[in-house]
Design a protein around this ligand. Structure first.
Ligand code: SF4
Length: 424
């Protein structure tokens, strides 16, 4: 099949310019365990493959679905990987290479497979390219370097289905300004995150404190201030919390933090029956042996965090810095539906973005505590495994994250309180 993609200059993390798929040496195959949407052009191409062997594979794994939409019939295609043995795509051969690509070249891959793990975003006329942390090659390249992340502009083929955000869809003038200048905003926030004059917790609090200025101050002023001061921003001027919290208050805060997280993340249970809720509650209370499971959770969490995670963060700030630089670059100031989400003004957007960072860091720490508890040890490779788990369970599902963040944002919590929880 011919190349149908056009080229575009995009901003991307520097490591992506040298990215190479591990192919048959990959410890996982990226298509395993997912049903993969196939664009119409490739779906139709697969239906007419002359090769008999591949045609049998097509009938095994390519599904064509016809649906009535209003007065029209809509045809979609997907690779029904989940119904295949071990949820492995039927096009993969025993060496884990794709037969379609082997026979017809890389442009025979559907758009989803061709572009994975690359992820594109277009905001007005600005294009950026990030990559999915579910790919082990991306995880290592993005997370392990000790030097701070840098970004470059480069021409590359782009996904025709790139998500496109238009600043004209939003009424708030500050948010419009941010969208028009998303790249400099993000790069300045990342520069702040990478200021190694502070420890990582303080740096992440600094980033949140700058987001907290949106609303009271204009976005234009904030950007100009960030650009002028660069990484020389000082602590104490912008509602940055200190880490000096007495142990008893830390425990009470941690307990409250776990309670709020539990409520933000377990929204799926709301559709369960009342009996299921009661059983879950009883089980938690039985396990904890006390009336509030959050007390026991906080005790367990704090004992492991204080003996291993706090030291690991101090000794390995580059791992955390790189992960959050990746998150800021990929997700910040996206996800807002102009008409239906209810998030329409700059104060709510700043609050939502602070919740996003706090929730992501909280999930990471909880997974790290579990990993430390299970293996008794944390190092680069266990950190990469935890990041893979974080992606697989949470980050990979933007709707799950959006609903969970929206729930956390709806709790009666000030930005200052949320920022203080970064140290929990
Ligand atoms: S997960 Fe990444 S390295 Fe592995 S096959 Fe997919 S793109 Fe290649």
């Amino acid at each position: 099949m011919e190349n149908q993609y056009r080229k575009q200059t995009v901003t991307m993390p520097s490591y992506l310019a040298k990215f190479e798929c591990l192919a048959e040496n990959c410890p996982q195959t990226c298509c395993q365990g997912w049903n993969i949407p196939v664009d119409k052009a490739h779906g139709e191409f697969y239906q007419q493959l002359p090769d008999e062997f591949l045609q049998r594979k097509v009938s095994q794994v390519v599904k064509k679905v016809r649906r009535k939409q209003g007065n029209q019939i809509k045809t979609t295609f997907h690779l029904d990987v989940m119904s295949q043995p071990q949820a492995r795509c039927a096009f993969l051969n025993t060496q884990n290479r794709c037969e379609l690509q082997e026979k017809y070249g890389e442009f025979a891959l559907c758009d989803t497979c061709y572009f994975f793990p690359r992820q594109f975003l277009r905001v007005d006329q600005q294009f950026s390219m990030s990559a999915s942390l579910s790919c082990p090659a991306v995880r290592s390249a993005a997370i392990l370097p000790i030097a701070p992340s840098t970004f470059i502009e480069q021409e590359t083929f782009i996904d025709p289905d790139t998500e496109w955000i238009l600043s004209d869809d939003y009424a708030d003038p500050d948010f419009k300004f941010i969208l028009n200048n998303r790249q400099p905003f993000i790069e300045n926030l990342i520069q702040l995150l990478q200021n190694r004059q502070f420890d990582f917790i303080e740096s992440l609090q600094q980033v949140c404190a700058q987001l907290n200025r949106l609303g009271p101050e204009s976005a234009e002023n904030l950007l100009s201030d960030l650009e002028t001061r660069g990484c020389e921003l000082q602590t104490g001027t912008n509602e940055v919390m200190t880490l000096d919290i007495p142990p008893d208050r830390r425990f009470a805060e941690t307990q409250e933090w776990i309670k709020q997280l539990d409520s933000a993340l377990n929204w799926g249970l709301e559709s369960a029956s009342a009996a299921s809720h009661a059983i879950q509650k009883d089980l938690l209370q039985l396990t904890a042996g006390i009336s509030s499971p959050h007390v026991r959770m906080a005790e367990n969490y704090l004992s492991i965090k204080q003996t291993s995670i706090d030291y690991f963060i101090l000794d390995n700030r580059h791992l955390f810095e790189n992960l959050f630089a990746h998150c800021l670059f990929s997700d910040t100031f996206t996800n807002y539906l102009p008409s239906s989400s209810g998030i329409i003004d700059i104060n709510s957007i700043a609050h939502f973005e602070i919740c996003r960072l706090v929730l992501t860091f909280s999930l990471l720490k909880i997974l790290l505590v579990n990993s430390a508890q299970n293996s008794g040890n944390l190092d680069d490779s266990s950190f990469l495994e935890v990041v893979g788990e974080l992606d697989r369970k949470y980050l990979h599902y933007p709707d799950f994250m959006r609903f969970s963040i929206t729930r956390l944002a709806a709790a009666p919590l000030s930005n200052a309180q949320l920022i203080s929880w970064i140290a929990s």
